[in-house]
Design a protein around this ligand. Structure first.
Ligand SMILES: NC(=O)c1ccc[n+]([C@@H]2O[C@H](COP(=O)([O-])OP(=O)(O)OC[C@H]3O[C@@H](n4cnc5c(N)ncnc54)[C@H](O)[C@@H]3O)[C@@H](O)[C@H]2O)c1
Length: 335
């Protein structure tokens, strides 16, 4: 049994609180938000703090969930590590590659601590099965991989939480905030990426400074061709799609389902992932609780089976290469 604390009681915290509440091996020791008006979000009987340092000193939790704006992920995680607390940090690991490398170095400097980055979609049943199919070689070599994120964010989304639309606090827009999971799965499923040529834009015309749209052509080391397309300017939030073309079969993930696509575009269901719990946005997926349990096991048994900081650095490197390529408008090596 471990004691967990949650720092940041905004939108995503409800999913973390549910994952903790539904895990019989975790008790919620305390919660924290710098905004006093979030006090009523603390579950009944759970102490609320506005200062996370004070919360850690007083309550001594084993683990702390970092559910904060992006610019705080690394500094708060570093302070938690210095206080001897295991960290479960929401994505992204960092705002940019320099910070991601500092975070990975912090992890390496603290082998006694578990630090997990919440890229939970790697654990979706559909992802696990597609990765098994690709890695098994059963259908031959990977030829092409496409990630497509057709979402919508209205002005109200940015007005409610002003950090979201800014370079200084979010580190970007559509990529770091909305489509990071899919960009991460491009790498997780397709392997190392050697080169990228990308374009970014902001098509919404309501004055957000960060990018809202991305198209990136990716050259994988194994010879496969990749296309990543993410936008916050669809008319609604529709399902993420991932399509993998192998020499002897085409596979497609959409609506929490993995299909094999036949020659006439007919689809045969390979597996259906669990749907997120009632009230959880469908696009978060249902894997937070699964990753929280893996992290709990890692903390209690010393197991290594969770998403380390070092595993979460590459997606930041891809994102940064996309930004550089778009700025220079040319094909770039992923350094
Ligand atoms: N894994 C996923 O699928 C997923 C989904 C949504 C959001 N997220 C991530 O979760 C994180 C939080 O996003 P959100 O939408 O919940 O943000 P949010 O703005 O709704 O919540 C952040 C909370 O942190 C609090 N806060 C800010 N500074 C603080 C401090 N110093 N100490 C304590 N509290 C502080 C704010 O008052 C706010 O309540 C982001 O990194 C986001 O990318 C992940």
């Amino acid at each position: 049994m471990i004691k967990a604390a949650v720092i940041g009681l905004g939108t995503i915290s409800a999913v973390h609180l549910d994952a903790i509440a539904s895990n019989p091996e975790i008790t919620l020791a305390a919660v924290c938000d710098a905004d006093e008006s979030c006090r009523d979000r603390a579950p009944a009987g759970v102490p609320f703090y506005t200062d996370y340092g004070e919360m850690i000193r007083r309550e001594r939790p084993d683990t702390a969930h970092v559910c904060l704006p992006h610019y705080l992920h690394y500094p708060v995680s570093r302070r938690l590590a210095e206080m001897g607390v295991h960290v479960f940090c929401e994505k992204p690991a960092a705002m940019n590659i320099a910070e991601a490398e500092r975070f990975a170095a912090l992890e390496a400097d603290h082998p006694e601590l578990k630090i997990c980055i919440c890229l939970q979609n790697r654990l979706n049943e559909t992802t696990v099965e597609l990765k098994r199919i690709i890695d098994s070689g059963e259908y031959g070599r990977l030829i092409g991989l496409r990630g497509f994120v057709p979402w919508y964010r209205d002005p109200e989304y940015y007005r409610q939480k002003p950090w979201r639309g800014t370079w200084a606090a979010a580190g970007g827009g559509s990529m770091i905030n909305q489509s990071l999971h899919t960009l991460d799965l491009m790498y997780y499923l397709g392997g190392e990426v050697d080169r990228i040529h990308a374009m970014t834009g902001q098509l919404n015309d309501f004055g957000i400074e960060v990018e809202g749209d991305v198209v990136a052509r990716m050259e994988f080391r194994n010879g496969a061709r990749g296309l990543f397309f993410a936008t916050n300017n669809n008319w609604a939030n529709e399902s993420v799609q991932i399509r993998a073309a192998l020499e002897k079969g085409v596979f497609h993930i959409e609506d929490n389902t993995l299909y094999r696509v036949g020659p006439g575009s007919d689809r045969q269901v390979i597996c259906r992932a669990a749907r997120p719990a009632e009230g959880v946005r469908f696009y978060y997926g249902a894997s937070h609780a699964r990753l929280v349990e893996r992290f709990r096991l890692a903390v209690e048994t010393g197991s290594d089976d969770y998403i380390h900081v070092r595993d979460a650095v590459m997606v930041i490197r891809l994102m940064e290469t996309i930004f550089r390529s778009a700025k220079e408008d040319r094909l770039l090596e992923v350094l």
